[in-house]
Design a protein around this ligand. Sequence first.
Ligand code: TYM
Length: 323
Amino acid sequence: MAAPRILSGIKPTGRPHLGNYFGMMQPAIAWQHKGEAFYFIADYHALTTVHDPAALRQHTRDAALDFLACGLDPAKAVLFRQSDVPEVTELAWLLTCLTPMPMLENCHAYKDHVAKGKIPSHGLFAYPVLMAADILLYNSNVVPVGKDQKQHVEVTRDLAEKTNRIFGEVFTIPEASIVPEMATVIGLDGQKMSKSHNNTIGLFEEEKALRKKVMGITTDSQPVEAPKDPATSSIVALYRLFASADDVATMEAQFRAGGIGYGDFKKRLFGAIWETFEPFRARRAALEADPTNVDTVLAEGAARARAVALPTIDRVRRAMGLR
Ligand code: TYM
């Protein structure tokens, strides 16, 4: 069987957080050894919320640096900026013409926005179609994502199947790849970690800021001596992402036994986070010391991405009667 084509993206709306890392970046980095991997910084998608050009440029660069620092190897995986292959917006239009409105009205990012009484932009409404274009333009088989993106991959599959039914075998049908234990990483307040909930822990926080955030994790008000429930604790849930099974079992037993306060457990969690990202911080500092490095990686990535995208868009144009 041919090596799978793997594709995923991250939106540069701020610095990546632990949810992005465990939900997508870490699995994507593992996939780079198993096939042809294409990873991109979704700057077109970020425009649905970021309207400050300097901030968008900075976040885009930071996301690329963070991904490289965490272990993305540009010799193995293609790293590129979404907007360096503008044909993706053309494909999004072609797919838009086949997209039933109710399918998008049913997508939860749009529904949540409306439920909050906010007026969605057309970009937010059509967001899943641009995402489908991302996935289909590169003939992807596997899309490593967190659970919140599952619905968007299903929309992609529906649109690809519909296109193939009407116009012949144009698209590869992709599949989401979700690591069950990392599907939804929770944030400081116990809800899903998300920039929009303001409950994130960034991958490259300063030591003091990180300590402050971890010490601020929401807990109940059980006194030190009381037994505590590890199953409902955000501290334990986050610790599971970093510690060995033995260390997690020790913390769970100590929760149940009582006699240790939440502050001590939080310190242990802080230590685990800080240590895990230590090598990444060192690598990031080295990458930042050579500012042309990331530009070169993104330029080479764009050329490799275009080499796949151009034949696909040509195939779709012809199939639909545009050539
Ligand atoms: P974005 O930037 O919101 O998130 C990037 C990835 O991080 C995952 N993620 C989480 N996983 C587990 N727990 C969490 N708390 C958590 N928060 C975020 C997301 O599921 C995602 O995989 N629409 C995408 C970007 C995109 C894309 C694509 C992805 C654009 N086109 C094509 C795949 C294929 C997004 O909003 O990413």
